[in-house]
Design a protein around this ligand. Structure first.
Ligand code: PLP
Length: 485
């Protein structure tokens, strides 16, 4: 049954609250500021509200319910201790405008988180302000732009992006006013060095790479690539949305990168999905530190404070100090794990991905490489040619089996792509059952196509028209006029 909206459950004059009687003098609100018509807010009892949200919460699917191998998204388990610290009143009851003397603990946490992220990436310092990966990219490229301008290289207006890049990479470059040029991927699934050479000239501001790349492969020519780009006067931007394969094993700075953003809401175990709050801190190498957003957090004689001082800074990029409670969760995770634990997490993430890959390789095409890092991309093209069943149909079939599907149709260079990222959280048994389920679905594709074309049948909402949903989304409730007005 479809769950009605709170507006549809609303009944005139039903209430779920009681205001205490007013204990301050009443004031007259100027007529110009008064509503002429009551706001169309839903009117419900407390029980109505509790039941509505409880029903909805039972219908959602999260990593706490089942396996969620959504490639590129690192839907790993978020330890509950992170929630516990993030709900401490000392963190939730403070205000961003409080005097820094009164929030020393919060500032210390942010300072230490920056230290930890600098250690993991090898970078010199950073900013915790950006609220998402894309926001981190935007900030990082703004820093690169400011650096070039300050060094009389303002003519550098091109950013190189691989054809397999996440869509936010070219989008962030375009938002910063850069022209985007694409570098090809070779038959290994890695950056095509000949294609790169042809692009390197004095118009290049930066190259944006993710390593391991979106095919789940480590760019093993990365040091050579970094040297080439630096020689051409460009900088290297590391899209570290998915650091899950290399934590404590390899550092972007050692690969030759100058700027990194991290998605704390992926690698550092903050819940995400559905556009929830995230954090995309930016870390930079020493020459770029003066360009970081302000304010910075500094520690002088054991006292933490905000530092606004810099003529070169790109300025503030977010309200107040970023999504603070996300930072608390990430810091808790890092402290709890330690460097050794982070390294183990990465090792298990890579092991799990390779285990699942080995179990699925005979079912679907594996276009690039023999091994993978934390994720891998298969193609359902041969299956589609043979049976008519597409990557989308298999993904919908998985929903009926209580799995969140893998990412599909990304990266764009793989036809009928299915991108799996099991993460370090899953046990071998869970991966075995997932592989068996996929085997069963692919068998179904060969025997009863209609079942998969109809899927999902056991979910609240069946198959939706995804093109219509993407092109004409209905995002606003329009109240039906009733006689009640
Ligand atoms: C490789 C990569 N880069 C960037 C992003 C953007 O991160 P966000 O969704 O937080 O903006 C993602 C998110 O999926 C990603 O996978």
């Amino acid at each position: 049954m479809i769950e009605p909206l709170v507006f549809e459950l609303s009944r005139c004059a039903r209430r779920g609250y009681d205001y205490p009687s007013c204990d301050v003098p009443q004031v007259d609100v100027p007529v110009a500021l008064k509503r002429m018509k009551a706001a169309a807010l839903p009117e419900l009892s407390e029980l109505d509200v509790v039941r509505h949200f409880s029903r909805l919460s039972n219908r959602t699917f999260g990593v706490d319910y089942g396996v969620y191998p959504l490639g590129s998204c690192t839907m790993k388990y978020n330890p509950k201790i992170n929630e516990k610290t993030a709900s401490l009143e000392a963190f939730t009851h403070i205000h961003p405008l409080q005097d820094s003397d009164t929030v020393q603990g919060a500032l210390k946490l942010m300072y230490r988180l920056l230290e930890a992220l600098s250690t993991v990436t090898g970078m010199s310092w950073g900013s915790l302000q950006p609220s998402a990966g894309a926001h981190g990219e935007y900030t990082g490229l703004k820093i690169i732009k400011a650096y070039h301008l300050a060094n009389n290289q303002g003519h550098r207006n091109r950013v190189i992006v691989p054809v397999s890049a996440h869509g936010t990479n070219p989008a962030s470059a375009a938002l910063n006013g850069f022209e985007i040029v694409e570098v090809a991927t070779d038959e290994r699934g890695l950056i095509d060095l000949t294609s790169l050479d042809a692009l390197l000239d004095d118009r290049i501001a930066a190259i944006m790479l993710t390593n391991p790349n979106t095919l789940g492969l480590f760019e093993r020519d990365i040091v050579l690539i970094a040297n080439k780009v630096h020689q051409a006067g460009g900088l290297l931007y590391y899209d570290g949305a998915n650091l899950n394969a290399i934590m404590g094993m390899a550092r972007p700075k050692d690969m030759g990168f100058d700027v990194v953003h991290l998605n704390l809401h992926k690698t550092f175990s903050t819940p995400h999905g559905g556009g929830g709050p995230g954090a995309g801190p930016v870390l930079v190498s020493k020459p770029l530190v003066p360009y970081l957003p302000k304010p910075d957090i500094v520690c002088v004689d054991g006292t933490y404070r905000f530092d606004w001082d810099s003529s070169l800074s790109i300025g503030k990029v977010a309200g107040f100090w970023g999504n603070f409670l996300v930072l608390v969760r990430a810091y808790t995770y890092i402290v709890r794990m330690g460097l050794h634990g982070l390294r183990e997490a990465s090792r298990h993430a890579v092991l799990n991905a390779n285990y699942l890959l080995a179990k699925l390789e005979d079912l679907l095409d594996h276009p690039y490489g023999n091994f993978c890092m934390h994720e891998f991309v298969l193609s359902a093209q041969s299956l589609k040619d043979e049976t008519g069943v597409s990557a989308l149909d298999i993904a919908k079939g998985l929903l009926d089996c209580n799995y969140h599907p893998p990412t599909i149709y990304f990266p764009l260079i793989v036809h009928e792509a299915m991108m799996f990222e099991p993460t370090e959280s899953e046990s071998m048994e869970n991966l075995d059952i997932l592989a068996d389920t996929l085997r069963m679905l692919i068998q179904t594709a060969r025997t009863d196509v209609a079942v998969l074309k109809r899927a999902p049948e056991h979910t609240v909402i069946g198959r939706v028209d995804e093109v219509l949903a993407a092109k004409s989304p209905v995002l606003r409730y329009v109240r039906k006029e009733t006689t009640e007005g």
